[in-house]
Design a protein around this ligand. Structure first.
Ligand code: ATP
Ligand code: MG
Ligand code: MG
Length: 555
């Protein structure tokens, strides 16, 4: 493989291997906090870490970073596992930072004994005010030189639940003058009297992210701990913490940073997505308008399309915004290859073929997928009364209208050529029925001369007597702004698109779709790609529009 196709993280790994690092020791992890559902940004990290695992045949752990019990839930753990498995990746071990609570605690006790940590009992405001600023040095806590024995005793009592939350913290004793603010005696432990989804009420002290993360990497012997750019400034602390515990005979993890994946016209942080759910702006984490993996799945996205998107968008060193049209391109490409072609009418008007025998119907055959050899055909019933799209007819179409109009011919897809003859209107002038005649010799595929005849337009249709009624949900972007959370004066909720969901209550679909399952993907001919929604019930099917056939987004 040529090195040009390597991303910069792969370059780092190749350099390490060239410098003698053993390939057998490569190990990665994906470390979600179970405080929400995974989104398309996480998919970048998942594809990066698991992609490296595949490339180097190295194990990849799924590690739940569950150190903040007040926001974490089992529901999120389950959803995260489901989504990663759905994307097609297999983790070597399912790990939890909470499994290391005892070890982390014991190491912290060692730090105190070595005079590298102390118990502080100032308020969080006092601690913050002593931190100083990047240009001024901080001030030592009056408790910084508390005797070791006293800190050990207080830390033990913090652990035993003797003190209320917020009264004491354990801090690393590093350097209050460091130019790196993270090195100014960071907090290792805080008291939290919350129920943890795995450890229950066993613990009432919880480790901070920095303390838990690097040490968890070390416990799991992760070689390359990949995180997003905002942790770059934490790297010095990550290394300092490792310095305190690393056994030189063991592997020492290293942290490297890459840019977060941002997507235009949406927000990505779990906190904001949770707000959309709680404020009922969307129907849930898996609302098809959400940038979550579960929302995309429900919308009709495939694992292939999401992995392809992650590939094309790449791994960057600097923050950037990827245009959502790239994501739409990826799903369109995939569905064009794989979706079954069907017919459905979303805005129906009745069409009567006056010279087709009353009471007669026949079975025609629709090609399942012209992009896929041997995908076969399925049966579509045809009869005298059909629905076509209201937009596909104009009484007087003029020169550039290639759909149906009076006196002009079009082909009904996989069926016959028809000619518009007359219309019936209601009192308000709205068309109730279009009457036409058909050429009985023109049936598609029948081999006759008339069947080969070229007409300007082809319309999709359904037979009224055979069609199934369904609900169809069409989606637009959830936000009207390209970067809804990048405005200082306005919050992201002010940019919600009020018309992001359009519900069509009565669409008519060919009867083949009655057998659709949640995994099936369809192209409704001339309309776009659709998939069944889990809201569907027997007798009331609901379809989601995944994406249109073309990029029609007006910029
Ligand atoms: P959020 O702000 O959405 O809560 P997070 O970083 O706090 O994101 P975690 O559950 O901690 O979410 O993330 C798990 C892993 O996924 C981390 O390694 C994190 O860096 C990575 N990750 C999260 N969001 C993105 C993103 N937008 N692009 C790339 N990687 C991401
Ligand atoms: Mg995080
Ligand atoms: Mg977070």
């Amino acid at each position: 493989e040529s090195t040009e196709s390597l991303n910069f993280i792969e370059h780092i790994i190749e350099e390490d291997l060239a410098a003698g690092f053993s390939k057998e020791n490569l190990r990665f992890r994906f470390p979600p906090e179970p405080n929400g559902y995974l989104h398309i940004g996480h998919a970048a990290s998942i594809c990066l870490n698991f992609g490296l695992g595949e490339k180097y045949q190295a194990p990849v752990n799924l590690r739940f970073d569950d150190t903040n019990p007040s926001k974490e839930e089992q529901e999120y753990v389950d959803a995260i596992k489901r989504d990663i498995a759905w994307l097609g990746f297999k983790w070597a071990n399912e790990c939890y930072a909470s499994d290391y609570f005892q070890q982390l605690h014991d190491w912290a006790v060692e730090l105190v004994k070595k005079d590298k940590a102390y118990v502080d009992q100032q308020t969080s405001e006092q601690i913050a005010s002593q931190k100083g600023s990047p240009t001024t040095s901080g001030t030592d806590s009056p408790y910084r030189n508390r005797p070791i024995e006293e800190s050990l005793d207080l830390f033990e009592r913090m652990k035993n639940g003797e003190f209320p939350a917020g009264t004491y913290v354990l801090r690393a004793k590093i350097d209050m003058t460091s130019p790196n603010m993270h090195m100014r005696d960071p907090i290792l432990y805080r008291i939290l009297k919350a129920h943890h989804h795995r450890t229950g009420n066993k613990w009432c002290i919880y480790p901070m992210y920095d303390w838990a993360h690097g040490e968890s990497d070390y416990i799991e012997q992760v070689s390359h701990s990949l995180c997003t750019l905002e942790f770059k400034a934490h790297r010095e602390l990550y290394d300092w913490y490792l310095d305190q515990i690393v056994d030189p005979a063991k592997l020492r993890p290293k942290q490297r940073e890459f840019a977060r994946r941002n997507l235009s016209y949406t927000v990505m942080s779990k906190r904001k997505l949770l707000e959309l759910v709680q404020k009922k702006v969307v129907a849930g984490w898996d609302d098809p308008r959400m940038p979550t993996i579960s929302g995309l799945r429900r919308r009709g996205y495939t694992p292939t399309s999401i992995r392809k998107f992650s590939d094309l968008a790449g791994i960057a060193k600097r923050d950037n915004i990827t245009d959502v049209s790239l994501l739409e391109f990826c799903i369109r490409e995939d569905l064009n290859q794989t979706a079954t072609r069907v017919m459905g009418v979303l805005n129906p008007v009745k069409l009567v073929i006056t010279n087709y025998p009353e009471g007669k119907s026949e079975i025609l055959h629709l090609e399942n997928n012209p992009e896929e050899a041997n995908s076969g055909t399925h049966e579509v019933p045809f009869s005298r009364e059909l629905y076509i799209e209201r937009e596909d007819f104009k009484e007087d179409g003029g020169k550039n209208f290639f759909r149906l109009s009076l006196g002009n011919e079009v082909r009904l897809k996989s069926a016959y050529i028809i000619k518009g003859e007359s219309v019936i209107k209601d009192a308000s002038g709205e068309i109730q029925e279009i009457h036409c005649t058909y050429d009985p010799d023109s049936r598609s595929g029948s081999g006759t001369e008339a069947s080969e005849r070229k007409v300007k337009g082809t319309l999709h249709w359904v037979s009224i007597a055979h069609a199934i009624k369904a609900e169809v949900r069409e989606y637009d972007r959830l936000f009207l702004d390209e970067a809804p959370d990048a405005h200082e004066e306005k919050g992201f909720l002010e940019f919600i698109n009020p018309n992001s969901l359009n519900i069509i209550k009565e669409a008519y679909l060919e009867p083949f779709l009655a057998k659709a399952t949640l995994e099936d993907k369809f192209q409704f001919q001339r309309l776009g790609y659709f998939t069944l929604d889990p809201d569907s019930k027997e007798g009331h099917l609901v379809f989601n529009k995944t994406v249109g056939l073309k990029d029609t987004w007006a910029k």
